[in-house]
Design a binder for this molecule. Structure first.
Ligand code: COA
Length: 257
């Protein structure tokens, strides 16, 4: 039996829990409610003994997740922003430390918080049309859901800084070359490929996998620093300009203030 949620679909089949973020009209952007529901669904995945692996994807064929919901945080204070960051980090860390493997099936845009969500999963499979990016700098921000900590560990600091500092999107070929994703498939085969891998995982020893996940958790991280710096940005004119420009559908003009 799935759990009833507003913005997330979930269905168990043959020991695999399929979790789908379902706000397609907002490109599955993560508002607070959706992050809370991610927390609930991953608690459910942890508790359900029949679940041996989880596949996380986005609704529709355009986006995995297009980021944190900008409309929701554009009027936040620095303290509210830091708390939002800490909250998102806590939920994403729960996914990363889940005692069962989680595969992100990235079916389109994985931007900002969407890219960070994929980074918190254990494996990433992308469709050919997937687009990865950390565009926070274009809003006068830095990534606040663990991206500054996890991305350098996964693809190395040099490649990570290119993504973080330019904010420019990267295609699936680049993502495969840098090790950001494990596999790239045609869009129509994405879930089949993720399921094939999840099926292999579900035949492996659950305790061994749990311990392997624990053994490979981030070695040196400072998520609190990321959250503090994320909050600091909300005190800047650049952040107000960046978010207003997005919501008003125009290009931002940053003054460095
Ligand atoms: N937060 C809130 N709403 C978002 C969103 C986000 N991160 N990403 C997309 N949306 C909304 C759009 O505002 C739009 O809503 P509307 O129809 O009510 O105006 C809807 O989703 C569709 O997006 P749209 O921009 O019209 O689609 P597009 O195909 O022209 O562009 C993107 C797609 C992903 C390039 C563009 O939506 C985008 O740049 N999104 C923001 C990405 C970002 O900066 N994420 C990091 C946030 S920290």
């Amino acid at each position: 039996m799935p759990i009833e949620l507003q913005n997330i679909l979930n269905e168990e089949k043959d020991g695999i829990l399929y979790v789908t973020i379902n706000r397609p009209d907002k490109l599955n952007a993560l508002n607070r409610k959706t992050i809370e529901e991610l927390d609930s669904v991953f608690t459910f995945a942890d508790q359900l003994d029949t679940v041996r692996a989880v596949i996380l994807t986005g609704s529709g064929n355009k986006a995995f997740v297009a980021g944190a919901d900008i409309s929701e945080f554009s009027s936040f204070t620095d303290e509210e922003a830091m708390n939002l960051s800490l909250f998102g980090q806590a939920v994403f860390s729960k996914i990363e430390s889940l005692r069962k493997p989680v595969i992100a099936a990235v079916n389109g845009y994985a931007l900002g918080g969407g890219c960070e969500l994929a980074l918190a999963c254990h494996l990433r499979i992308a469709s050919q049309n997937a687009v990865f990016g950390l565009p926070e700098v274009t809003l006068g921000l830095l990534p606040g859901y663990g991206g500054t900590q996890r991305l350098p560990l996964i693809i190395g600091r040099g490649q990570a800084l290119e993504m973080i500092l330019t904010g420019s999107p990267k295609d699936s070929t680049w993502a495969l070359q840098t090790g950001l994703v494990n596999h790239v498939t045609e869009s129509e085969n994405l879930l089949a490929k993720a399921t094939e891998i999840a099926k292999v995982l579900s035949t492996r020893g659950p305790i061994a996998m749990r311990k392997a996940i624990e053994a490979t958790l981030d070695p040196i991280v400072d998520y609190r620093l990321e959250a503090k710096l994320f909050g600091d940005c909300f005190d800047t004119a650049d952040f107000r300009e960046g978010t207003s420009a997005f919501l008003e559908k125009r290009k931002p003009v940053f003054q460095g203030k």
